[in-house]
Write a protein that binds this ligand. Sequence first.
Ligand SMILES: [Zn+2]
Length: 363
Amino acid sequence: MLKLMRAPSKYVQGKDALLELYDHVNDLGKSFLFICSKSGFKAAKPKIEKSFDGKDAKIMFEVFGGISSTGEIAKMQKIAKDNHIDVICAIGGGSAIDTAKATAYYEKLPVVIIPTVCATDAPCTGLSVIYHDDGTFSNYIFYPKNPDAVIVDSSIIVNAPVRFLTAGMGDALGTYFEARMCLKTNSPSLENGGITKSAMALCELCYDTLLENGYKAKKAAEQKVLTPAVEAIIEANTYLSGVGADNGGLATSHSVYNGFTALEECEKTMHGELVAFGTLAQLVLENAPMEEVEEVMDFCVSVGLPVTLAEVGVTDKTRVMTAAEKACAPGESIHNMLGDVTPEQLYHAILAADAIGMEYLGK
Ligand SMILES: [Zn+2]
């Protein structure tokens, strides 16, 4: 397997970054379609209009339906065609981003990602999750390249609800441990390549950045103030986690997330929160040293990420086997673990992780 490294062509981050949007994207075309979430539209539109004011470029905004579904993508493709759009832009969270990436791919246009929350690592990756119009999972699309530009306005991110930032830290927490396992077992990355030293370095930096800045960033974000720690966490959640996972691969943490989507009691739990709990299950499965388990637990508790089943919404433990079975379905990234993991082994690891977490919380 050849080693492979991919990333967005350009990454820009900082206070009021959107005021300079035109300068960073004008090389891509003359007419821009912004596919927006409702809240993203409100947060970003005034700054984007200001940035494009008086410039030789056309901009239009479309608020999309809320899920990255086949129907929604077809609708955006038509708008892009009818208006002779040169560049597709996403404004919002994971769904707006996935809709825009797919629209751009089918229309063979460049794509610019403007996240307005950093709850997941979607902005920098080269793939999308696509749903049917009724909201059920349809398929993944793996793109030949990562986004042309990712522009992160930290002022907008820090004004979003803090839970998004924390969930993003949970998604980023899995990155190092999942990549470390893929490297150990010679499993391919999400881009189906061998894992480079560069990718591993980013994954390690991702974890170190979380440990060093997570708590400080959460406290600052609660006050809606922008500090170096908040900037560090935005970069970890968005760039390090996205490029790290893309080029480092996934293992148990993300399969646990997929498994728990089978339980309706977990519906309100965010992706990154389940990935964090899944990381604890992975550490139990690989029998990681206790110091490492404690380091991860300390981090989770300090920023408010779940360490028990109750915190992810599960009160009836007999339900966990259903999630474990789904997490171990063929094709799941849990099969990148050393040895093969059976649903029963994962079930046991989850219960053990829960027991450690309960004691940790003093329950
Ligand atoms: Zn994720």
